[in-house]
Design a protein around this ligand. Sequence first.
Ligand code: CP
Length: 308
Amino acid sequence: MTVDDEASAIHGGEHIRGLLSLRDLSVDTIEKIVLRSLQFKKGIKSVRYFDKKMATLFFENSTRTQFSFIAAMINLGIVPVQINTSVSSLMKGENLYDTIKTLECIGYDGVIIRHSSDRYYDELAHGSLEIPIFNAGDGKAEHPTQTLLDLVTIYEEYGHFEDIKVCIVGDISHSRVAHGNAEIMKRLGMDVYISGPNEFMDNTASYIPLDEAVTISDIIMLLRVQYERHKEEMKISEAAYHINYGLTKSRAARMKDSAIIMHPAPVNRQIEIANEVVECTKSRIFAQMKNGVFTRMAVISMVLDGEL
Ligand code: CP
């Protein structure tokens, strides 16, 4: 046995259980999660766990992700516990690994983490963690359960992914949703485009002007302007953003009859989307939120049952 082998034997290797990134998952597995989510939604599947508790550990604000994970746990019979990071021993300098290891030692069966650093979980991989970790968003990198709930919503609408045209619009460069979604959607055979102000474009997908995108897309997927990640002020005013890059009422009216509007939310009304468009008949924004609960039920149960 080499020193490295011995270290691996002592520390249990680099594998962390749970769901950290969709990049590690096959298309088959992603499709299985989508179908399982819909089984939960339709009541075809029902599971209850006993004597299990899971913690949420959020270093960034959240309404949808944190509370739909909690709703999913309650639906599965799991006791949810919200950790207040500002009064935890993280404030006394305890590192993330030791905090999670502590949760494992005191009997938690999973931890749901949102963190401002891309791939925060890499620093956890060299230890002996056995507790499953569910990534609720890492910096600008990925938001795996948001991507999955988006896929559930798309599958529910169209019944397939192949050749569906999606244009992700807005603050692409600061968005973990854009980065995570584009990668998986391409793998699923979708045609992915991006649009928005030049200052927020990157190489996530091919650029297309918004006025063209609204006429050809099956899905207009809007993003929030993510002020909290900006290093400098946005170059244009919010009013100018809305007129030039927002889904105004007139742009929404030019979308295909069968096309839908998505947004991970929270929504900045009158900036990336007109107030009246948020709940129009094409909008699936609140359907996405509902699907988030079933998607998180699917992910948690598949991890606990060893299917993921
Ligand atoms: N979509 C999303 O992640 O929302 P929250 O930030 O409210 O969790």
